[in-house]
Design a protein around this ligand. Structure first.
Ligand code: GAL
Length: 381
């Protein structure tokens, strides 16, 4: 269905809901006063995003902002440049400004407890966006993807790229290896990193145990392979170190990378080491997010796969949940078991993700209007 129509229909339902329950009253609401009595034009929604270093967060921010604005709300969209104190202070400002709902993609999921206690005291609803906020009662809802499954898809696509699995998912008994594979994980302060790692490792471990896959560095524990703040240069440095130590003289066949922002650093290090030249093939490198630069890398044969998480749908879900709260309704969850943040199991709505390789860039990303062919060719939006 046409996305604009979907958003407009939510908007119409919302407008009805607001006027039915609140008399459509105009005028600003004071901080802490119920937002359900306010007209959309008098409501501001705070949107706290972590960084602009990855295309996905820019798209997330823009999609959430434009969707809410189409419903008549004001939006305060902030990016925190991956800096934890900056994000905490942006959220404090949103609370002081009287924002009615906060949509937060946290940098460190445990670092916002005191701000969120203030928000809850002011009657503000808190939606955890993509990344689970941990260590606090004060998170009302979580919108994300099935993060464990994303990890499984990364592991499976690595196995498929190596030829250990056939395209239909069955095992290829002729692929006995050993295949040399190094492993990378995300930032340990992001709850998602553990979900991705667990999904991927549950998929890869049988092959590591049987010797079909060998990890030359021996580094398989998440603490050894994590990438602080998901930084491209941190991943590049670790790959460079591996290439001059454990992997020197070794032909690498694969690298498990948990996100495109990390894959880019890994691919730069591999290219500088001579991979992709003189008959030395690039290893199978995975990813996540279908960042436009990486879709080009996939098209050019340097990266094997990414996991596409449609940020348009995630934004739509966050907008729907916001609308529910502002009209006094409880949003609908489709998972009430998996996301325990240490203080409570947060009701969640999880979306599905898709593996993208060179073979389905067109059907998944271009035909759906996510990118144009020209953007893919250029590697730029
Ligand atoms: C994760 C997110 C991924 C990726 C990564 C790095 O939390 O789920 O999609 O973007 O952060 O930004």
């Amino acid at each position: 269905m046409n996305k604009r129509f979907a958003i407009v229909s939510v908007g119409a339902a919302l407008a009805l809901g607001l006027s039915a329950c609140g008399g459509g009253g105009a005028g600003s609401t004071a901080p802490g006063e119920s937002a359900t009595s306010a007209a959309p034009a008098d409501v501001t929604v705070g949107v706290a995003m972590p960084t602009q270093t990855s295309q996905r967060w820019i798209d997330d921010g823009n999609n959430v902002k434009s969707g809410l604005e189409a419903l008549g709300y004001n939006v305060d969209l902030q990016y925190a440049n991956d800096d934890i104190p900056t994000q905490a202070s942006q959220i404090s400002t949103m609370i002081n400004n009287g924002d009615k709902v906060l949509i937060v993609a946290s940098i460190d999921g445990t670092a916002l407890s005191s701000q969120l206690a203030d928000a809850a005291a002011a009657g503000i609803k808190i939606i955890s966006y993509d990344r689970l906020i941990r260590g606090t009662e004060n998170v009302d809802f979580y919108v994300s993807f099935d993060n464990y499954k994303v990890g499984v898809q990364q592991g499976q696509s690595l196995l498929t790229g190596l030829g250990i699995l056939n395209a239909d998912g069955s095992e290829n008994p002729a692929a006995t290896g050993p295949f040399n594979v190094e492993l990378f994980a995300g930032s340990l302060d992001d709850n998602n990193a553990t979900f991705f790692y667990n999904g991927a490792m549950d998929t890869l471990k049988p092959y590591i145990d049987s010797g079909v896959i060998v990890v030359p560095s021996g580094q398989t524990d998440i603490s050894q392979i994590a990438t602080q703040q998901w930084k491209t240069d941190v991943a590049q440095k670790r790959m460079e170190t591996l290439l001059t130590s454990a992997d020197s003289g070794v032909t690498l066949n694969g690298v498990l990378a948990p996100a495109d922002i990390i894959s880019r650093g890994i691919i730069t290090a591999l290219a500088n080491d001579g991979y992709g030249q003189g008959g030395k093939a690039f290893p199978i490198v995975t990813g996540q997010d279908a960042d436009i630069d990486n879709v080009k890398l996939i098209n050019d044969g340097q990266q094997y796969s990414t996991i596409f998480k449609d940020t348009r749908l995630l934004a739509e879900e966050a907008i729907k949940v916001t609308g529910d709260y502002l009209s006094g309704n409880e949003p609908e969850a489709n998972n009430t078991t998996d996301y325990d943040n240490g203080n409570k199991v947060v009701p969640s709505y999880l979306l599905e993700s898709t593996v993208v390789t060179k073979d389905n860039i067109k059907t998944v990303l271009i035909d759906s209007g996510y990118y144009t062919q020209e953007q893919v060719d250029k590697g730029q939006k």
